[in-house]
Design a protein around this ligand. Sequence first.
Ligand code: NIG
Ligand code: FE
Length: 424
Amino acid sequence: MRRVFKHIGRLVTLGEFGEGPARGPIPQLVTVADGFLVAEDGRIRRAGSMRDYEPGWEEGAAEVRSLPGLLVTPGLIDPHTHTVFAGWRADEFARRLQGVSYQEIMASGGGILRTVAATRAASEEELFELGMNRLDQMLRRGVTTVEIKSGYGLDLDTELRQLRVNRRLDRSHPVDVVSTYMGAHLVPPEYRASPEAYVDFVVGEVLPAVRAGGLAEFCDVFCDAGAFDLDQARRILRRAAELGMGAKLHADELEGSGGAELAAELGAISGDHLLRVSEAGVEALAAGVTVAVLLPGTSFFLRVAPAPARRLIDRAIPVALATDFNPGSCPLIDLRMAMTLGCVSLNLTPAEALVAVTLNAAHAVGQGAAIGSLREGKYADFVAWSCPDYTHLPYFLGSDLVEAVYKRGQAVFRRPQPCSSLRT
Ligand code: NIG
Ligand code: FE
């Protein structure tokens, strides 16, 4: 089945980048004025300039649509979220504004453990409904694929429930879900006296059950002061690798703890946060294959210094951006806002910010060959935006720019009332 999109105001395919993630500074992107895109059976068949358009493509097409005045980019990919949880923590935000730190709240039994209590008490159906609603909100903002971590159960039942919800969301919602097991988010209260026994439980019982159910493609560990140390993280992620799961790591978020070095050592698919990455950590990442997933919403919301993004980019480490959507450190659901924060607080260029939420984000979830750019053969997941160029995406702060979102070539969201006033 063919779908043809022509007279696209401006088309950004990111086709100029090769197979791997983009590395190094990107001053600007290649754009095509008056472009076209042909999708065949959900994949990109051709995309380019109307000068090279062949009218024959329209014969027998299921859809032929003109998109004048609109910007078309690859669908956005959010490679780090904690979307499936119950309960909010706005009261902790208010306390943090009074000067109490995230770590102090965590140490006093608040923080992640409060969300664990609320999530344990929620049924699978409730979590599913919450997840569907949140994916709707992401889709309306241009997201076509999202990674979701468990880690608000910490016991066997609730972790598996969260991961089953991920699987159901993936099947039920147009947004694709990449599922990550993160049982090592924090030591649960019932293991407080013996964290090592909790690691035994994760390695001996939960990981095999996750594997047996085919419930997660990745395993993540919060490797930081107050959570899990390097040896514990290494043990869990090695076991996950034996079971066929890729490694991710919450690394150097609160304190520099050597997380980046461990991510590089393990060949992790991504090392995330990296606010306190050391010089040795940067060098280790530069010598390895790991994508740095930066979360500027989190540093903004926690009011701490952001990750040294330019140092990473200058060392040719691929950089992706994500929201980190969660009820504590960053309740940000809008990935385009993470682009804005990426530019304003991490000093990314608008070109780097777009690559960071598309091509490099795809590599951060192991899907670089299938999504992230509009190259021939990849899935036709794309967004039509009511703005003239990609520089407007991080620029147009907090406005609503999405005109339509396409998954596998088919519209899965359209703005109820076209907004022509924003177009130029
Ligand atoms: O990525 N750092 C660990 N996990 C989340 C926060 C989770 C929470 O506060 O509920 C993060 O920042
Ligand atoms: Fe996180």
